[in-house]
Design a protein around this ligand. Structure first.
Ligand SMILES: [Zn+2]
Ligand SMILES: [Zn+2]
Length: 237
């Protein structure tokens, strides 16, 4: 994949025509994605609060105007720079309705769920490190809705309003933190940060019903292959 920009902190690659990956190396190899539509670009996830400058430079590299920012879930490594980028570009911010309160100042630490995850969230809230800047206006998304060519799949578990985006034309899924890749292996994503592990696994099962060939995760490398087979293997483990 051609590298368009690279420094010690991040790299911008063109994955294929109309799709770019922005990887922040630390922590946890965190990805944002640019997806080309007829009217301009969709940014899928917005990195950390300090990621705006790098993402804006990647948008310039892609050479199209940014129209919208879709947040796969309201964690600060995915929504962190959304407010700043939206303010600078005029792009609309969109997220599933169930995660919008957590993009606008509410804490997920009080949501019932997996206790280690809640402990991490409560600690983060205490130290002020897991709170992304509040986003004034967020357009709600619902299961089945289309954002350009991307179809929203409500895939809760990691957070109540976690979504995936299915691109039928390219047989690609943006899966947020539901599945992560490391060293060419797929694994169930971020269990320590997942509120409802059972719901997350049920959400993964929905990928097995789609002819996915390209998995675009919130963390880790681009994965090409028979995703349905890999998901069935993960769920059987
Ligand atoms: Zn997450
Ligand atoms: Zn994440």
């Amino acid at each position: 994949m051609p590298v368009l920009k690279s420094n010690g902190q991040h790299v911008v690659r063109q994955v294929q025509p109309g799709l770019w990956q922005i990887v922040f190396h630390f922590p946890a190899s965190t990805n944002c994605w640019l997806w080309k539509e007829n009217d301009g670009l969709t940014l899928v996830d917005a990195g950390f609060p300090w990621s705006a400058k790098a993402i804006l430079a990647a948008i310039e590299c892609a050479g199209e105007p940014l129209k919208r920012i879709v947040i796969t879930h309201a964690h600060p490594d995915h929504a962190g720079a959304a407010a700043e980028i939206s303010g600078k570009t005029g792009a609309v911010v969109m997220a599933h309705s169930e995660d919008i309160p957590y993009l606008q100042g509410c804490s997920m630490a009080e949501v019932p769920g997996f206790w280690p995850c809640r402990a991490v969230l409560q600690m983060g809230r205490y130290f002020g490190i897991l709170n992304a800047p509040s986003i004034a206006r967020v357009q709600p998304l619902a299961d089945g809705e289309f954002v350009g060519t991307l179809q929203v799949l409500h895939t809760p578990g990691h957070t109540p309003g976690s979504i995936s985006l299915w691109a039928e034309t390219e047989k690609a899924v943006f899966c947020g933190d539901n599945i992560c890749t490391s060293f060419r292996f797929l694994h169930v994503g971020m269990p320590w940060f997942t509120l409802d592990l059972r719901a997350q696994k049920a959400s993964l099962a929905s990928y097995a019903n789609l002819p996915v060939q390209l998995l675009l995760s919130g963390h880790g490398a681009v994965y090409r292959g028979d995703i349905a087979y890999q998901v069935r293997r993960l769920l059987a483990a």
